[in-house]
Structure formats: C-alpha cells, structure tokens
Write a protein that binds this ligand. Sequence first.
Ligand SMILES: [Zn+2]
Length: 343
Amino acid sequence: MPIIPMRTLLDHAAENDYGVAAFNVNNMEQIQAIMTAASDTESPVIVQASRGARGYSNDNYLRHLMLAAAELNPNIPIAMHQDHGNSPATCKSAIELGFTSVMMDGSLEEDGKTPASWDYNVSVTKQVVEMAHARGVTVEAELGCLGGIEDGQGAGLSEEEAQNHLTDPEEAGEFVRQTGCDALAVAIGTSHGAYKFKKKPTGQVLRMDVIREIHKRMPNCHMVMHGSSSVPQELIDIINSFGGEIPETYGVPVEDIQEGIKHGVRKINVDTDNRLAMTGAVRKALAEKPEEFDLRYYLKPARAAMVEVVKARMISFGQAGHAGGVPDRSLAELKTFYSASPA
Ligand SMILES: [Zn+2]
C-alpha cells in the first residue's frame, strides 16, 4: 500500500475504536525499528518528522527513508506527517515533499515559543486547511499549550504553568467549526520530553476528564495527545546503571492513554520512550565492550530496543492487527471528499 492520507487512517481508527501511535523519525535505524514492529504486529502506522528532524537528516534523505519503508512493506498503511509545523510555509514545503499530513501548530507564534492569540491560531490553521485539503492532505492543529520544549518548539511551561494553558472544551468545538481541521492536539497537562511529572500523575494533573468534555464538543474531529511517552522506569534504570544521569521523572501511564482512546483520542505522539530505549542500549553496549568502535555493534541493539517499545505501544493502543483493514485511499480521493464537504 502506498503512503496514505492520515485522515483515512484516523477515520478507520475511530470506526474501530483504536488509537494510532505516531513515532518520530530522524534516521534510518528509527524507521527500520518502526517498520519491523508494524510488520510483526500487522499495524498501520504514522511516521512523523519534526522541523528539527528535517534539518538534522535533510529533507531528501528523510523522504527517501519513508519511501523505502513503503516500498519494503507493501501491506502496511503508512501516513507521513509533519510534526509541529510553525508556519504555513513549513506546511507547504512538507506537502511538496510528499507528506500526506501536516500539523499547523498555531497555538504558538512562528517563533515556536510565544503562546499565540486565538485569532492568529484560527487564521494560520484555516490558511493551511485550505491549502492542504485542496491536495487531499490532512491537517492537525493545536489549541492550548503543553509544558516543556520539543525540538526547539514549545513555550517552555513548567508542569504547574501548563495547568493554566489547558484546552478549553467549548473553545475546541468552536475552533474546529471555524477552521475545518481534521485532528486537534489538546493540552490536558502533559509536557514534551522526559520530565513530564515529578510524581506519578493523578487526575488533578493529568486531566483525562477534559478529554471527555472535548470529545463531546467535536465528535467528528480526531483528538491527538502530544507528549504521551510513558517514560518507563526500567528504561531510565538501564541508562542510569551505565553512566547516565536521568533524574526521577514520570510519564503518561499507558492505562490513561487507553482511557483517552475510549473517548476520542486517535493519534498518540510517542518519541521520548524511543529515545530512552535507544540511548540505554547504546550506553550498555559501549560499557560492556569499551574496546568496540564499530557503530553497528551499538546501533543494532539500539534499534532492537526501539522495536520492543514500538511493538508494546502498538499492542496497547489497539492498532495491532488492523493493517489489512485500512482502506487504500489516494490523496486525489480525499481531495474529492473535502470538496464535497467544505469546512
Ligand atoms: Zn508535540
């Protein structure tokens, strides 16, 4: 199956009550890990690239890595997504590169740091929706602000400050009506990066109740959870027992994500857990054989460690086993769909 529009995959997930993890790709080992896990569990996948990833690996290398993934896995539906586009220009360049989905993060201004006004967010999101839907490309937007910073994108809010920037359910419904976006990233107390919560999150800091309220007000728009790594203690232990220094920290429990999936969450961004798994494996390999300098010696276990995390998420979110059921829609078909139901 070629690379498909993300909307097609999220619609299928909604019809069949599952969630889809979106994993970030920066290099060959990561995309190989994702595709091995997808193939082993028969999962459809979302692979996404941030602006930082596009800069790190170069657009052309990245694009061909994704095309290679599709070529080698004809039975796996793949949606190719731009994570945290900071401007319509970034989204446009992703669309021209062949991405089938873009995120216009207008919750922040173009600098990727300053929380933006409602009017700015509606205006840039609408602009991207018009441009993307005319080509059959999916649009994710964001309302509210998460804590932390990811790849230079983020207001840098602390766990406490993020509580003051949660997505307002009434505003979410209105935002979707005004912009026509396909998916909306919501702020419910999570943060980007590994340092999400100082202790195991309770319902007061990880506001799953807000998810339920938002879902009621935008039943036809898919909800996205960012900053949703679970930060497993065993991965931190591996890093720290081989020279790392990761302080005590907690992520989003998988059970909370599963609860979100019951209430309209369809896309779950997971990056930190993969970073932790790969870093731990590299540290362990190098510590065990300090005389070794063949990069394959430590990248192989790093890749294998990421396969395990990705598989576990695919199974917990329910996307495992659904690869064969996702309809094979082209961007042209989605273009027709959008023009028949204008925002
Ligand atoms: Zn994010």
